[in-house]
Design a binder for this molecule. Structure first.
Ligand code: HEC
Length: 116
């Protein structure tokens, strides 16, 4: 057997034992979502979202994957439409956002980027 074949089977064995060990560990510790605590961000409007009730919650939940501008540069939407966007981030893109935070975010967006 050549040297490279040996090391390939060793790698396969290591991968198998890694998977065997880590899968039950993941199953034993399900992801638990907690609402974002109230925090006073020191940098005001620089977070990208205009300051106001809920701006800290949207800043900490909605800037992990894209900029605040990506959200704010959308056309103004109704509350129902913002609700659908936030739902899509959670269900389609797996954003880890609690229902409590999602409500605060929809309120914020309906106020800041709501239909006139
Ligand atoms: C887990 C990653 C992730 C998080 C967190 C996230 N988004 Fe997104 N978002 C995406 C992806 C991916 C797209 C699609 C990007 C594209 O089409 O270029 C997107 C697109 C959007 C769009 C464009 C319109 C659309 O429907 O595609 C808006 C508005 C938006 N996100 C708002 C938000 C808001 C508000 C939050 C917080 C509640 C948020 N996003 C959190 C991943 C995320």
């Amino acid at each position: 057997m050549s040297r490279s074949l040996m090391s390939r089977s060793l790698r396969t064995a290591l991968l198998a034992s890694f998977l065997a060990g880590s899968v039950p560990a993941l199953a034993a510790a399900p992801l638990e979502l907690r609402p974002t605590p109230e925090i006073d961000l020191p940098f005001g409007d620089d977070i990208g979202f205009p300051a106001g009730p809920g701006s800290d919650v949207i800043a900490s939940n909605c800037t992990a994957c894209h900029s605040a501008d990506h959200t704010l540069n959308q056309p103004a939407l109704s509350r129902e439409e913002w609700h659908a966007v936030v739902d899509k981030m959670i269900t389609a893109y797996k954003a880890p956002i609690t229902p409590e935070d999602a409500r605060v975010i929809v309120d914020y967006l309906a106020r800041v980027k709501g239909e006139p």
